[in-house]
Design a protein around this ligand. Structure first.
Ligand code: GRG
Length: 330
């Protein structure tokens, strides 16, 4: 990586606000000091993403425009944040994890871009702007997604030492692929009636819903944490600990996403709201009610934070990020 990227590798919450012990059971507003902690990392990710999209002679201009529109058009950058913070929590240098952070964001952006297509979720608003296919047409949106997915693996292969690159490509492929995000998406579209059901099936249960989201959104969060640990050359125990945190984080994120669809506003979320109920989609608030869904999300975040307690102060930003995820309004 070049020197132009900020180097927040040793930034700790000590430079923000220290956590007063362990709090449980409460959602609280996001501390503005937390933003101070995340801002330099987000800026570094934006710069690195931009650099990966610098003009290459062989790249058609229309494709470059569609990719830039989608990849650099906002987004919370949660997954890159998880990669970088997991790396530093394991004692690694965050800069070493930047290719992985960008690769995960590319895969995430591709998934949003394809998910918004008429054949899938059919959305016209994403990150507060018209979706890629609304702006550039379906063919280019599909191809921009394809290009982002493949670029992610090129970035990983080029940007990491061989052993780390191989392990990271494997984790990212598993998180994104048929047993991860793509598999979850297929189940979701099957429930939606957009993919034919193979065999007759009963009404989905809470267990089915959890299994769907574990794949559709959870697997990429878990991959993000594992990529961070791998970049720090963390051991198997670290991988398992951060993976367990990622599992709870992903579930809490999804429950909050469902709650935002019920309670949020498009101006904040940057995407259409109230669409789950109108489409008869199975959601956490639909199954459990709003209050129980919220309690569940908070409980999961508490568990996630407990899991990182043995890591100590190095994991404080991840604790804060988990708390943010259930308190967010977008
Ligand atoms: C097309 C293979 C394929 C998969 C699509 C991730 C996904 C699977 C679909 C997205 C549908 C959706 C809105 C799911 C809810 C959870 C989610 C991934 C929300 C968007 O993630 P954020 O909130 O988005 O991190 P930003 O824009 O902040 O990056």
């Amino acid at each position: 990586m070049g020197n132009s990227v900020n180097r927040p590798s040793r930034l700790r919450l000590s430079s923000c606000r220290r956590l007063p012990g362990r709090r449980t059971g409460s959602v609280r507003p996001v501390d503005p000091k937390l933003e101070e902690c995340f801002r330099p990392r987000r800026a570094a990710v934006e710069q690195a993403l931009d650099r990966y999209l610098q003009p290459r002679r062989e790249l058609p201009e229309s494709l470059r425009e569609a990719i830039r529109y989608s990849l650099l058009g906002g987004g919370k950058r949660l997954r890159p944040m998880l990669v970088l913070l997991a790396c530093s929590a394991c004692g690694g240098i965050e800069q070493h994890a930047m290719p992985a952070a960008c690769a995960v964001e590319m895969v995430h952006t591709y998934s949003l871009l394809h998910d918004d297509l008429p054949a899938m979720d059919d959305d016209d608003l994403r990150r507060g702007r018209p979706t890629c296919h609304k702006q550039f047409g379906e063919a280019l949106a599909i191809l921009a997604g394809d290009a982002l997915l493949t670029l992610a693996f090129e970035v990983l292969a080029d940007g990491c030492p061989a052993e780390v690159a191989a392990a990271s490509c494997r984790e990212l492929a598993r998180g994104a692929g048929m047993t991860g995000m793509v598999g979850g998406q297929v189940v979701d579209l099957t429930w939606d009636g957009k993919i034919a059901m193979g065999t007759a099936s009963n009404l989905p249960t809470l267990e089915d819903l959890e299994s769907l989201h574990a794949r559709k959104t959870g697997a990429l969060f878990r991959a993000s944490l594992k990529l961070g640990v791998l970049a720090a050359k963390g051991d198997a125990a670290m991988l398992a600990r951060f993976d367990a945190y990622g599992q709870r984080f992903g579930q809490a994120f999804q429950i909050t996403d469902d709650l935002l669809d019920v309670e949020g506003f498009a101006e904040q979320t940057g995407k259409r709201v109230r669409k789950d109920a109108s489409r008869g989609k199975l959601t956490y608030p639909g199954l459990l009610g709003v209050a129980e869904s919220r309690r569940r999300a908070v409980r999961l975040v508490d568990e996630a934070c407990e899991l990182l307690a043995p890591v100590g102060t190095a994991a404080e930003p991840l604790v804060e990020l988990a708390r943010y995820v259930v308190a967010r309004d977008r």
